[in-house]
Design a protein around this ligand. Structure first.
Ligand code: NAP
Length: 644
């Protein structure tokens, strides 16, 4: 029998090295491994236990003494396990696993979450999100799928299609994989969801060097996963999908591509999976005079790595999630940095944001049974629905809704404010500039270890909140007439998030152009399918961006399981096409809109946000609990579809 892949690689590490490793680890997670090794539930019943739960807090607020007591307890157990040859631990009972979950996160875990969490944990070593292989090999072979984009969702689509034996091509406009993590190579780019969770459930990595890895490491992860699953030969790099047109007579999509040499090509597909993301096409605002700028200028997702910023006066226009990372990363290099920020950002205190993964943690991830799985759960759970609750508008809340939308939301605001104030010191002008004037979590909340505000307090860095009036050859001029000299302009101004699937032309059954149909109001049933567009499936489609927690990879795994199930039924059922019933789609969109209206992101005091379209409406975000979306996408119910 093959060893459960998560039960750890057997080791012969000496006692003193094990003891040293344990100094690094998450102690509550360590206890989970001990329970697996010993099968002894008594380890959970003593006074040594975590005292609370908070996002990115991995020691459960245990005192240093209690942590040491656990390590002292652990050392002989682990040495004995080593001496016994590291046998594969026996499976634990469902009751004990639930007890472990609740012990680790210091709160009850409702029953409806358990199946989803068990999938995430994969303690049985079984990747239960794989999609079934259609039975008929001939039908499979005749069902070519085109996947558009090779970022995290396109890679996942490729892996699942390969496992199911369905032929496919991934069309990727770049020369490498990773999508966002390929393009956003700006200095300081890093993920803001803990990496031991921000990775495929079936492809954890023990190699992250930081808990929130930087872009090169993330891109390398995706390259590695592509190779491990042998799908690279199915990827057409440097090729861009221009559009796709449905042919009702043949039941196929004609996918038009721009080949690497600029010529036009065509691919025929029985189904198309769009995996283009929502934040891919740069937004560069029109500013009078910007063409006259004499120096280099570029968008954050098109960073010019050949340009040496030393001695340069850099103007950075825009400071959302990207600008927030760029400024601290380049401040040391440039002569002067002027940051133009329209809206101040709320930030979440995360002192460990730039912390390296210690060698002990890496040892534990490699060798201690299920350590990595439980660590994944520990960092996932605090972001599971709690952010949604903090975002929900309480109609009975008595405070000013432009400031906070509930007691809980006010609590978050005060915590964030305290974090800002604790760093600014005695500088009321700066404090006023960096304090947001809208409720906490109303826009994407940034992870912060203090580097942003530290950067703003430098003498060679200015934060300008006055609107920009124009750009001159060597300066950015603000409304108050002040000239801000600049040699380089960086546009950290985000993406064209409201234009879903832009700039592709997708033409459906009756000649309908999808983007014209959508305008700035994209919608898809479950964020995946659209009436009139047979066998077109979106990943990270309309209404699926997560502003409240979880990770987009989790959402992609939900979407791909659903798509895979639909494809299985189509292929085995001899079905030509499916598209969602219009009533189902409209009902879904109406429910999404109604739900979104109850959440802080829709508040009018959030004046500028890529969550909103030009009319102030939200169509990109998911208002749903993760567990609901997970449950709704477990299987594709073909009664929701017009089946031909
Ligand atoms: P963003 O959050 O949309 O920020 C764009 C910035 O440009 C904001 O400061 C925005 O001001 C400003 N801006 C846009 N148009 C403007 C205009 N016409 N005039 C003046 N200012 C303008 O874009 P982003 O920073 O690239 O981040 C986008 C998303 O990508 C994030 O929310 C996140 O989902 C993802 N991301 C994640 C990470 C991470 O994981 N760490 C890092 C980067 C990006 P307003 O705020 O006033 O609109």
């Amino acid at each position: 029998m093959t060893r459960n892949p998560w039960s750890g690689i057997p080791f012969d590490t000496p006692d003193d090295e094990i003891a040293a490793a344990l100094a690094d680890v998450s102690v509550p997670t360590l206890v989970m491994s001990l329970v697996h090794i010993t099968g002894d539930a008594e380890l959970l019943h003593g006074p040594l236990r975590p005292a609370g739960l908070f996002l990115n807090e991995v020691q459960g607020f245990m005192s240093p003494e209690d942590q040491q007591a656990v390590r002292d307890l652990a050392l002989p157990i682990i040495c004995d396990y080593r001496d016994r040859g590291c046998p594969e631990p026996a499976p634990l009972s469902a009751d004990l696993i639930l007890e472990m979950m609740e012990w680790l996160v210091c709160e009850p875990v409702p029953a409806e979450y358990v199946p989803m969490l068990l999938e995430e944990l994969e303690l049985d070593g079984r990747d239960s999100r794989r999609v079934a292989a259609p039975e008929s090999q001939a039908a499979r072979d005749a069902f070519h799928v085109v996947v558009i984009g090779c970022g995290q969702s396109g890679i996942l689509a490729g892996i699942r299609l390969a496992e199911a034996g369905i032929p496919f091509s991934i069309v990727e406009k770049n020369d490498g994989v990773g999508g966002t993590w390929y393009e956003n190579s700006y200095p300081g780019a890093r993920v803001d969801v803990g990496n031991h969770f921000y990775c495929y459930s079936f492809e954890p990595s023990n190699e992250w060097t930081e808990f929130f890895a930087q872009q090169p490491e993330l891109q390398a992860y995706f390259e590695r996963v592509v190779d491990r699953h042998g799908i690279r030969r199915r990827i057409r790099f440097g090729t861009e999908v221009v559009g796709a047109t449905w042919d009702d007579a043949t039941g196929t999509w004609d996918v038009e591509v721009r080949e690497p040499d600029g010529s036009t090509g065509h691919l025929e597909a029985r189904a198309v999976i769009s995996a283009v993301g929502q934040l891919n096409r740069p937004n560069v605002p029109s500013i009078p005079g910007q063409e006259s700028f004499a120096g280099p200028s570029f968008h954050s997702a098109r960073w010019d790595h050949d340009l040496d910023l030393a001695g340069k006066r850099v103007a950075m226009i825009g400071a959302g999630a990207s600008g927030f990372q760029i400024a601290p990363a380049i401040a040391d290099d440039v002569e002067h940095l002027t940051i133009f920020q329209r809206t101040a950002q709320w930030m979440f205190p995360n002192p460990a944001y730039h912390e390296a993964v210690g060698p002990g943690v890496r040892w534990a991830l490699e060798h201690l049974p299920f350590y990595g799985r439980w660590y994944r759960f520990l960092i996932f759970w605090p972001g599971c629905e709690k952010g949604l609750e903090a975002a929900r508008v309480d109609p009975d809340y008595r405070g000013d809704p432009s400031v906070a939308v509930s007691e809980l939301n006010e609590g978050a605001r005060l915590m964030f404010l305290d974090w800002i104030q604790s760093q600014i010191g005695d500088d009321p002008d700066l404090l006023a500039k960096v304090t947001p004037d809208y409720p906490a979590t109303g826009k994407r909340t940034l992870q912060d270890n203090g580097s942003w505000l530290r950067t703003l307090t430098r003498d060679d860095v200015d934060l300008v909140r006055t609107p920009i009036e124009r750009i001159e050859p060597d300066a950015v001029v603000t409304d108050d007439g002040e000239r801000h000299p600049a040699d380089v302009i960086v546009y950290a101004t985000g993406f064209q998030a409201s234009k879903a699937l832009y700039p592709m032309t997708i033409v459906g059954r009756d000649g309908t152009d999808l983007r014209q149909m959508w305008g700035e109001r994209p919608a898809a049933y479950l964020g995946i399918t659209v009436p009139g567009f047979p066998n077109l499936f979106c990943m990270y489609g309309p209404g699926t961006n997560l502003a409240h927690g979880g990770s987009l990879i989790l959402h992609s795994e939900c979407q791909m399981r659903y798509i895979g199930d639909a494809l299985d039924q189509i292929i085995d059922g001899g079905i030509t096409s499916i598209e969602p019933r219009r009533a189902r789609y409209e009902d879904w969109h109406a429910r999404c809109q109604a739900e979104l209206a109850t959440l802080v992101w829709a508040q009018p005091s959030v004046k500028h946000s890529f969550y909103k379209n030009s009319a102030g409406e939200i169509h990109g975000l998911s208002p749903w609990r993760l567990v609901d979306y997970w449950a709704w996408t477990r299987e594709a119910d073909l009664t929701d579809f017009v089946v031909r």
